[in-house]
Design a protein around this ligand. Structure first.
Ligand code: NAD
Ligand code: DAU
Length: 357
């Protein structure tokens, strides 16, 4: 039975990954979810699996050496799946320090604790793997149609967030090169799906359309992102753990590039189509909700992943096309209004008012 230590499992992708893994392997695996429960972490995301015998939760900060060492001491961990991070670009522009602490120092601490736990003579525990979950933003911004991010594309991060993720990727690579540490890296494009915190484009727009609030589009709305349904990312991570080569990095994306303004219009049209015709919200749902606001500082223009390596080496392909994925996502937010009400209460209002004033 494989034991996974998942960091950041109460966040968006981490909680979807845990659902994916129990859905696929059932009681044949154990998962220990280690999360500090920052504003972005929510145990409600795991309510339906919290009683599974293979699941346990430890509230801990990834920078806390004693707490993480204790998790390794108490459990025979085979695989670390490292999601925990500060993940929002806008927050990194306003408060970069916490990004360096969590994303760089936190990753270093996870590597050190795993290295101590897994060291066996000159090598490491048989089969042990450390999967570092990273982003396509480390490659910077693409110019020119038909250009893509490959694993060989030089790093050129622009935001404090992407710089902190790039730094953490380099530290992971250094542990592979220096100690032969059994790590791998995935660099994924923009995810969307259930449980995403409404500070990111898609859940903000869904929530605002449903509440009749304006839809804040940065700059000219023509920045391009490459969107992937979160369960396809979860599947990629599992496949890289199983079949990826130690020390390698794998880009993850599904060739689904769209301008932000296209995404916003698709969300408006799809919600209109999915709501019953006599729903009173129909009256206010139209493109007039779109409001162009001040651009993000240092705003990357275009991201686009070339997933050739993960496809040819590992056989991963995305399964959910955007038309289906966005409907599944909107349906989830329709059915979880109380989740949205809870996460948008308290500090969120302050964040929103300051961010979009
Ligand atoms: P998220 O912000 O939704 O979740 C982050 C989780 O990490 C939260 O549960 C939070 O409580 C936890 N966390 C934060 N600081 C911590 C600390 N010091 N100790 C322990 N736990 C801590 O993020 P997400 O969108 O799910 O992203 C997860 C990972 O995937 C990140 O590493 C991110 O860089 C990467 N990634 C995200 C995307 C995307 O589109 N969201 C795409 C590619 C890669
Ligand atoms: O590419 C992967 C990255 O995708 C991840 O590493 C990050 O963790 C994740 O947050 C995401 O970063 P982005 O900055 O691309 O995502 P975000 O949802 O914040 O913004 C997507 C685009 O939409 C971006 O061009 C900015 C724009 N935007 C965003 C918000 C929140 C708006 O126009 N209005 C908004 O209100």
């Amino acid at each position: 039975m494989k034991t996974y230590l998942v960091t950041g499992g109460a966040g968006f992708i981490g909680s979807n990954f845990i659902h994916y893994m129990f859905g696929k392997y059932g009681d044949a695996i154990k998962i220990i979810n280690v999360d500090a429960l920052t504003y972005a972490g929510n145990l409600e995301n795991l309510k339906d699996i919290e009683d599974l015998p293979g699941y346990s939760f430890v509230k801990a900060d990834i920078c806390d050496k004693d707490a993480i060492t204790e998790v390794f001491d108490k459990n025979d961990v085979d695989v670390v799946v490292h999601f925990a991070a500060e993940s929002h670009v806008d927050r990194s522009i306003r408060d970069p320090e916490i990004f360096a602490r969590t994303n760089v120092i936190g990753t270093l601490n996870m590597l050190n604790c795993a290295r101590s736990a897994w060291e066996r003579g000159d090598g490491f525990k048989e089969g042990a793997r450390f999967l570092h979950v990273s982003t396509d933003e480390v490659y910077g911004s693409l110019t020119g149609e038909g250009t893509y991010f490959y694993e060989t594309t030089p790093y050129d991060p622009h935001s404090p967030y992407s710089a902190s993720k790039a730094s953490s990727d380099f530290i992971v690579k250094a542990y592979v090169d220096t100690y032969g540490f059994p790590a791998l890296i995935t660099n994924c494009s923009n995810n969307y799906g259930p449980y995403q915190f409404p500070e990111k484009l898609i859940p903000i727009m869904i929530n605002n359309v449903l509440s009749g609030k304006s839809l804040p589009v940065y700059g000219d709305g023509k920045n391009v992102r490459d969107w992937l349904y979160v369960m396809d990312h979860a599947k990629a991570i599992d496949m890289v753990i199983e079949s990826g080569r130690i020390g390698e990095k794998y880009n993850v994306g599904g060739h689904n590039e769209k301008q932000n303004i296209e995404i916003v219009k698709i969300i408006i049209d799809t919600i209109k189509d999915m709501l019953p015709e006599d729903d009173k919200r129909q009256a206010h749902i139209n493109y007039d909700l779109i409001t162009y606001v001040e651009d993000r500082k240092g705003h990357d223009r275009r991201y686009a992943i070339a997933p050739d390596k993960i496809s040819s080496e590992i056989g991963w392909e995305p399964e959910t096309c955007f038309e289906d994925g966005i409907r599944l996502t909107i349906r989830w937010y329709f059915d979880h209004r109380e989740w949205m009400d809870r996460v948008t209460s308290g500090d969120y209002q302050k964040y929103y008012e300051e961010m979009y004033k």
